[in-house]
Design a protein around this ligand. Structure first.
Ligand code: ADP
Ligand code: MG
Length: 258
């Protein structure tokens, strides 16, 4: 299984001046189950736009997204639904991504029902408890009836990961998913994500401006600047010997690892 962006571009019109904004230009990448790829770049470099294109939330101006060689724009309804189950989002701002009026069991249960993964309340409940256990909220049953405000920031982020995992995805696209968390909480959530890669074989497209995080978890790194992917390669190669001046600059500015 392969998720691929093939020479994807996205041009917006500036809301203010109507001038074209080339948010993403000719970007290509490949993501696979069981592999942790990271996209790094400063704010405004086009990372979130590329993520939204991969998630089929917006259409590219040119180029295509392919799943196992099939363009997602040519998928029929059933194929689209399967794609949306296989490629899940964990976005930034866990507070905004969870409805404050819904208990954890509802928040996760509704996507399980929507995708027909389970129907009866008992089966849905079992699955919710199981995925909460998987993200380290143990025992899962103890967290099911909580509201988002009864959880810490790290726990809310884990619930979002659990909700994604509940659909048995092949790839998770995570956009600044841990960027707002304190260092120790961040480390915990990253460890869970790495653990899920090993245990479930899920792959990640992990978007961040946080280089120490990339160094810790990524297998393969893409560096974005001004809408373009300027360099990519295995993490160790990128960190040991960055070839693009922008990557060298990024690495020089990154704080040392603890
Ligand atoms: P990043 O996630 O790397 O910070 P974004 O993908 O959010 O970057 O944004 C890339 C560029 O595209 C920015 O200049 C941003 O202002 C612009 N942009 C993003 N979304 C829109 C939109 N809906 N309309 C107009 N411009 C946009
Ligand atoms: Mg962004």
């Amino acid at each position: 299984m392969l998720l691929e962006a093939v020479e994807v571009s996205k041009t917006f019109r500036s809301r203010r001046t109507a001038a074209p904004v080339h948010a993403v230009q000719n970007a290509s990448l490949q993501a696979r189950p069981g592999e942790f790829i990271a996209i790094v770049g400063e704010s405004g470099s086009g990372k979130s736009t590329l993520a939204r294109i991969l998630l089929d939330l917006i259409e590219p101006t040119s180029g295509s997204v392919q799943w196992d060689g099939q363009e997602i724009s040519s998928m029929d309804r059933a194929e689209h639904q399967a794609y949306r189950r296989n490629v899940q989002a964990v976005l930034q701002d866990p507070a905004g991504s969870l409805n404050p009026r819904k208990r954890v069991v509802q928040a996760i249960g509704e996507v399980i029902r929507l995708h027909g993964m389970a129907r009866s309340s008992a089966d849905v409940g079992r699955r919710v408890a199981e995925v909460l256990d998987l993200v380290g909220m143990t025992p899962g049953r103890d967290f099911m009836d909580r509201f988002p405000h009864e959880l810490s920031g790290g726990q809310r982020q884990r619930v979002l990961i659990a909700r994604a995992i509940a659909l048995d995805p092949k790839i998770i696209v995570a956009d600044e998913a841990v960027s707002a968390l304190d260092a120790s909480v961040k480390a915990g959530v990253l460890a869970i994500m790495a653990d899920l890669k090993e245990r479930l074989g899920v792959g990640y497209v992990f978007i961040t401006h946080d280089l120490p995080v990339v160094r810790k978890v990524a297998d393969h790194v893409y560096v974005m600047r001004h809408g373009r992917i300027v360099e990519h390669g295995p993490k160790d190669a990128i960190f040991a010997d960055p070839s693009h001046p922008y990557t060298q600059e990024l690495l020089a500015a990154a704080p040392a690892l603890p």
